[in-house]
Design a protein around this ligand. Structure first.
Ligand SMILES: *C/C=C(C)/C=C/C=C(C)/C=C/C1=C(C)CCCC1(C)C
Length: 244
């Protein structure tokens, strides 16, 4: 308890990782309140999408609450909590893609393919991170396997079923929204593998000497951008389609 208090005192001075755990937690919590409250200002068919946006940031807020304390108490990466959070929130981001393209005929099979790809990406990534022996071989092998799932989602969002359904929807707002989400997957999600490469055996760790503590700095920044950003894009699609 006393060490936690001492650590709280030091946060603004010398611990950017703890700082992003605190700000990340507050930002996720505030975003959830916003998405839930705004459900009443959009058309009925968009309410489920906003509920999912609020669940994504809400689930993250609870995990940040615990990850922040874990980090303050131990100074280590809360890897298990991190991956539990992602295993719930990334499939929900796939649900957002499904809901956006549902009116254009998206089927449950599309949702399942995206969910399976995301679970593959996370289980292999977790194996790479949690069971590391510090060697490059381990980190690269599991990192590459994980990237296959990532590339599948990326392809689906840019060129595959999601992109095709969006253009068939004939709704310019949905086309634009899906395109912006695809940019999030390309740029925002790419921050995660960069963080992964900071762990022992990772290329940035062995190559540039970056510390494994930086893993969480990258993950915290990426989570704020992606979870809140995704939700805001869905929100803006919902609002502009509701005012018509
Ligand atoms: C809200 C959480 C999100 C959007 C998490 C996304 C996570 C990824 C895109 C993680 C990807 C990884 C790779 C592509 C390879 C290395 C291992 C991972 C799991 C960090």
């Amino acid at each position: 308890m006393l060490t936690i208090i001492a650590d709280i005192v030091n946060i603004p001075v010398d611990d950017p990782i703890a700082f992003t755990f605190f700000t990340g937690y507050m930002a996720m919590l505030a975003s959830s309140v916003f998405f839930f409250a705004e459900r009443s200002s959009v058309d009925g068919k968009w309410r489920l999408s906003l509920l999912v946006s609020g669940l994504i940031t809400g689930i993250a807020a609870v995990h940040y609450y615990y990850m922040r304390d874990y980090y303050l108490a131990t100074g280590e990466n809360p890897t298990a909590l991190r991956y539990i959070d992602w295993t719930l929130t990334v499939p929900l981001m796939c649900v957002e893609f499904y809901l956006l393209t549902k009116a254009a005929g998206a089927k449950m099979s599309l949702l399942w393919k995206l969910i399976i790809a995301s679970v593959w990406m996370l289980v292999t990534g977790y194996y790479g991170e949690a069971f590391t022996d510090g060697s490059s071989g381990h980190s690269v092998l599991w990192g590459v396997l994980s990237t296959l799932g990532y590339v599948y989602i990326l392809y689906t969002a840019w060129f595959g079923e999601v992109a095709q359904l969006a253009s068939q929807s004939g709704n310019a707002t949905v086309v634009r929204g899906v395109r912006i989400l695809a940019w999030f997957v390309l740029v925002g999600w790419a921050i995660y593998p960069i963080g992964y490469m900071c762990m022992p055996g990772g290329w940035l760790n062995t190559g540039l000497g970056w510390s494994s503590a930086n893993v969480d700095l990258f993950y915290n920044i990426a989570d704020a951008i992606n979870k809140i950003g995704f939700g805001l894009v869905v929100y803006s699609v919902a609002v502009s389609s509701s005012n018509k």
